[in-house]
Ligand binder design. Structure first.
Ligand SMILES: C[S@@+](CC[C@H](N)C(=O)[O-])C[C@H]1O[C@@H](n2cnc3c(N)ncnc32)[C@H](O)[C@@H]1O
Length: 503
């Protein structure tokens, strides 16, 4: 029984869940109690505004149990022994969430209300700043990024590699039949079990297994693999949730290649990672090579890249290191490691994999891009649509594309920009987008579009797009090939993004 070791008392968890919901210990209830500014501050570790809000009685009258739960599980402070109903206190203690002594009730773990707009979940993690190697982190920025971008098909089996507090498990449970969650840290498996139970997941939906990387799932296949692994490239192995403990970006590489090998036909993987920018090498080629030979297709996105000194300093500060001689010595250590690998910057992003489907294997493709200037993250649905667009374009050879009649999709937008310098203004190539999705307010900038293609798209007829481009080139006194080259790249991107349809 893989679950038995980490199991918690499901009945006690259900009773606690009912009580937490009844007293309004939910994301919405806490927001209402402490106010939006204090609530937002909590996510940045600011607890004083919450304390001040609790000190003031709410307009609707006192809420002692809610206030005690906020004090215990969000501020990480003791509460008086008599403030919680005794049955609730007993269940919380039985689950290992609090301890009681002469000084009152003391929190043992963080229990943070969490959810999607129509759900109330709880995430169980360690309280406070990371102090030791086995610290279990709650949902951070990376966790939320992964939860958002994951493409979510209904049904099947999922694997969450490195489950931590269980945040990815909760999201997957909404659409996946059964989830295997793994971690090397037994305390993380216990937190995931508690998060799942307090969030009302049926215990049979979750299979918790201890072990490293794909060891616990050897020979198994999944319809979805998600992983926010400990991808940080550092000199040591200080925190299990953070440090890869393998040289350079080998851990991210191993998770990507392992996920590819464990996907069922048509399955998806969404993996966050860091990668080296090695002097003299193109990061795009390095990361794309991780997928070579795996037989799956990949969309590799870099969201940001930081020079190594900034990267190291940010992680040192994140771990509570304050400026001074200790900080400088540690920074030297990190920079020595990067220098030995001839690494000048570290990229952060995601790799989404798609295994070929059973009936239509298709040739695997790899699409690599830098989305540093995107205004927002794509949703899982947008990711799924983009993956389908990539597969469609891959199967469409250039002659077939040029022989089709290109049409702007419904919702297509044009953004025209002029750069004003002194008395003159220079028009930049117009960008085509898709309302709210691509271009202003979208998950990626609009696609710069050649005037020949724009003319054909804005004044459509039944002439194949290739002929329209030839005619435009001749009218401008250009060789068609001078136009076709740059136009084909943009046209393929427009079709991938669903801005242009081929008919
Ligand atoms: C950054 S946390 C992510 C937790 C959670 N999935 C999330 O999205 O917030 C990484 C997790 O991977 C676990 N981990 C570290 N090394 C691992 C390994 N070799 N195999 C599996 N899990 C590992 C850590 O214990 C930690 O819980």
């Amino acid at each position: 029984m893989p679950n038995a070791e980490w199991a918690c008392d499901q009945r006690a968890a259900a009773r606690v869940r009912d009580t937490l919901l009844a007293v309004g210990y939910t994301a919405e209830g806490v927001l209402e109690r402490v106010g939006p500014a204090a609530f937002d501050g909590l996510a940045r570790g600011l607890t004083v505004p919450v304390r001040r809000a609790l000190a003031a009685a709410p307009p609707a009258g006192p809420t002692p149990v809610l206030d005690a739960l906020i004090t215990l599980f969000l501020l990480g402070e003791r509460a008086p022994a008599d403030v919680l109903p005794s049955a609730l206190a007993a269940d919380l203690e039985a689950l290992g969430l609090v301890g009681t002594d002469a000084g009152g009730i003391a929190p043992r773990l963080e229990v943070r209300p969490y959810g999607e707009p129509d759900t109330d979940w709880y995430l169980v993690a360690d309280l406070g700043a990371p102090a030791d190697a086995t610290h279990v982190l709650g949902a951070g920025g990376a966790s939320l990024t992964l939860a958002r971008i994951t493409p979510r098909a209904a049904g099947g089996r999922a694997l969450d590699l490195g489950c931590g507090s269980g945040v990815q498990v909760l999201h997957a449970a909404r659409h996946i039949d059964s989830i295997v969650a793994t971690d090397t840290n037994p305390r993380a498996l216990r937190c995931t079990a508690l998060s799942a139970a307090l969030s009302g997941l049926p215990p049979e939906q979750l299979d918790l297994r201890a072990g490293s990387l794909f060891g616990p799932v050897a020979g198994e296949r999944f319809d979805l693999v998600v992983s926010n692994p400990p991808f940080v490239i550092s000199p040591g192995h200080r925190f299990t949730y953070r440090d890869a403990g393998l040289p350079g970006d080998a851990l991210t590489q191993q998770v990507v290649r392992g996920a590819a090998a464990h996907l069922a036909p048509g399955g998806h993987a969404a993996i966050l990672g860091n990668w080296l920018h090695v002097v003299g090498a193109d990061w795009r080629e390095r990361v794309a090579a991780w997928v070579t030979g795996t037989g799956v297709s990949a969309w590799i996105v870099q969201r940001d890249a930081e020079p190594v000194a900034d990267y190291a300093a940010a992680w040192l500060r994140d771990a509570g290191e304050v400026d001074g001689p200790g900080f400088d010595a540690a920074l030297h250590d990190w920079l020595d490691t990067f220098e030995a690998m001839r690494c000048e910057a570290v990229g952060f992003g995601w790799v989404v994999l798609v295994a070929p489907g059973g009936e239509d294997p298709g040739a695997p493709w790899v699409h690599v891009e830098d989305l540093a200037h995107a205004e927002r993250l794509p949703t899982g649905e947008e990711v799924a649509a983009f993956l389908a667009g990539c597969a469609w374009v891959e199967a469409l050879p250039a002659p077939a594309l040029l022989a089709s009649c290109a049409r702007l999709a419904e919702g297509a937008t044009i953004t025209r920009t002029e750069v004003v310098g002194g008395a003159s203004a220079t028009a930049l190539p117009p960008r085509l987008g898709l309302a709210g999705m691509v271009g202003p307010g979208g998950w990626r900038p609009g696609v710069p579009t050649h005037p020949a293609l724009l003319a054909a798209l804005l004044d459509p007829d039944d002439t194949p797009v290739g002929e329209r481009l030839d005619a435009w080139a001749q009218a401008e006194g250009l060789e068609p090939i001078e136009v076709l080259g740059p136009v084909l790249t943009a046209l393929r991107e427009l079709v991938r993004l669903g801005i242009v349809r081929t008919v």
